[in-house]
Ligand binder design. Sequence first.
Ligand code: FA5
Length: 339
Amino acid sequence: MEKKLEELQQEALEKIGNTNEVDELEKLQVEFLGKNGKVTGVLRSMGNLPPEKRPVIGKFANKVKNKIEKELQTRLQELKVQQEKARLAQEAIDITLPGKKISRGRLHPMQLIINQLEDLFLRMGFAIETGPDVETDYYNFEALNIPQNHPARDMQDTFYVEGDLLLRTHTSPVQIRTMEKQAPPIRIITVGKCYRVDELDATHSPVFHQLEGLVIDHGISFSHLKGVLIAVTREIFGEERDVRFRPSYFPFTEPSAEVDVSCFKCQGEGCSLCSRTGWLEILGAGMVNPRVLEMSGIDAEKYTGFAFGMGLDRMAMYKYQIEDIRHLWDNDLRFLKQF
Ligand code: FA5
């Protein structure tokens, strides 16, 4: 039996020494020392030995078992170290290789101008309001002093959704929504999309953006409006671009004006972009019509206010010298990368 154990020990040690896989070692552990393993089998058959021989063989068998176990552990450690080294070698990073360039996205010119304007208005103490794109006839027209049969409705051809609902044609409904929920003093702006059945051309898009402003307080006058709008045009276009206020008409403001900046293409000389006028229109504005204040529950005897609505797509065009509004929405990377 001693010989058998010695042979088993030799066989096990040889196999352990030749193994290069952790899995294999585990199999050897089972083969020799497992419940039904070879060494265990020998130990089990010790019952057949004469009693005086049992302690000697038992001792020897345990020695063999411990030896095999120790070798298994030693080999396991060796293999683990080897594997770790191989893994590290494989994962080694060559820090001398040049890096991969990650190209950064950039903000769309419309977002640039929105950020710049919101920043300016926040500095001037305005708060930012929002309103829905799908509006009711009441907020888009009626409450702005544009009744059903008023000729001003022809000024804005509208996308009707169903019944009373329509896609807002301007951001002015947010004026009404704000006045209904907030008592003066009011100083807000809102930015959003507007929709009109306009033919797509170099300066018109059926979907475009406006920034609306509304200020209501005691003693607000047209000079406050002028001051704010001049600050805006200076911020966006710089000191060198000329600005003019031109009398106009909106049912919800009285008096009303439109604001133009000098044409960037011809420097005011007159060209096809500015219809030979030398001027480009950017916004409509005026003193809030007292009828509109009263309809929204504000006492027109006590309060006055001004409002304005800027075409942001046009402002982006005129700031960045883009000759066609379609470039803004074509999503051509060659164009967008310039900003
Ligand atoms: C209005 O929409 C008024 N609600 C503005 C206003 C607000 C007046 C508050 C008084 C008080 P208007 O229709 O002119 O006004 O449009 C304002 C600006 O929107 C225009 O100056 C223009 O810059 C821009 N705009 C109008 N239609 C289009 C379009 N189809 N595509 C691109 N921009 C447009």
